[in-house]
Write a protein that binds this ligand. Structure first.
Ligand code: ATR
Length: 273
């Protein structure tokens, strides 16, 4: 049977096996999908061994995405732009192809929530790996402006300069931000520590869409905060998780699974509904 898995550390709580098993059942594909948690300095060897032993493809998550970028034989254009790889496929010619489906997953999830990206003014919080992966797919949707704000301002400036050729992207400090924005995307890891990015509450209004790439059984700190300040449309990263997986599954199997039912089952599994 064709074998796939996700590499990460820690990875025990990953929902990827759950999601891909449902995709396989739904599309009647025969495959198995597991977990691998190599030590941080043993990822390269573990990846090689997996493919030497007949593995067909894998996902890569924290903290291995940047390293995976350097280990594959060739890169998709979107992986090259993202500077990170979250999906690897062994092609029929024996080539390890590195791809990145995170940004496409974010955009697909935003669209499935009815968020309009064309001509919208987007605020992206954070300038780490998650922000970098999101920039090209967001700019491809032709927003009127995309503003990056980051605690370390120089990192936001570097990212804006790097993606400037793709669209109207600028960097501002949190203090410089002036509304109105149509959409705020939180790509920072602040919610992981229960912290908030230092965003002025005045930037939140009833018609704004709020997206937090993080997710949990209950609202993230950022989503709770935005709701308190009047945001009516809030979304967490669970949909993005399912959509990036659907995109990876399509890369591997050439068949696109439906995501709605799988997202519902995942929410049930997490106790969200
Ligand atoms: P990821 O790959 O998930 O993007 P990362 O590359 O470590 O992770 O980036 C984390 C991002 O969250 C960074 O933009 C970081 O800001 P700095 O560049 O200043 O470190 C941001 N971040 C983390 N904790 C934060 C907090 N408490 N407030 C604001 N931003 C925070």
């Amino acid at each position: 049977m064709d074998r796939y898995l996700v590499f990460g550390h820690p990875v025990r709580h990953s929902k990827s096996p759950f999601i891909h098993t449902l995709f396989a059942r739904q599309t009647q594909q025969e495959l198995e999908y597991g977990l691998a948690e190599p030590d941080v300095d043993e990822f390269a060897q573990a990846l090689r061994t997996f493919f030497d032993q007949g593995g067909k493809g894998c996902n890569v998550t924290v903290p291995f995405k940047e390293q995976a970028f350097t280990l594959v034989d060739c890169l998709s254009p979107r992986a090259k732009r993202a500077g990170a790889v979250n999906t690897i496929k062994l092609t029929d010619d024996g080539v390890l192809l590195g791809d990145n489906t995170d940004g496409a997953g974010l955009v697909a999830d935003l669209k499935s929530h009815g968020v309009t990206l064309a001509d919208s003014r987007i605020l992206l919080l954070g300038a780490g790996g998650a922000a970098r992966g999101a920039l090209a797919p967001l700019l491809a949707e032709l927003p009127s402006e995309l503003v990056i704000a980051n605690r370390t301002h120089t990192k936001a400036q570097q990212l804006a300069a790097e993606f400037h050729d793709l669209g109207p992207v600028i960097a501002q400090t949190y203090e410089q931000l002036a509304g109105p924005f149509d959409l705020v995307i939180n790509s920072t890891s602040a919610s992981l520590q229960g912290e908030l990015p230092p965003l002025a509450p005045a930037l939140i209004h009833t018609d704004i869409a709020i997206y937090d790439m993080m997710y949990g059984a209950s609202d993230t700190a950022f989503i709770s905060w935005a709701k308190q300040h009047g945001a009516r449309q809030t979304m967490d990263g669970l949909g993005m998780l399912v959509e990036q997986a659907a995109e990876a599954f399509t890369v591997w199997r050439g068949i696109r699974p439906g995501t709605k039912q799988v997202l519902r089952e995942l929410k049930r599994n997490l106790g969200v509904i």
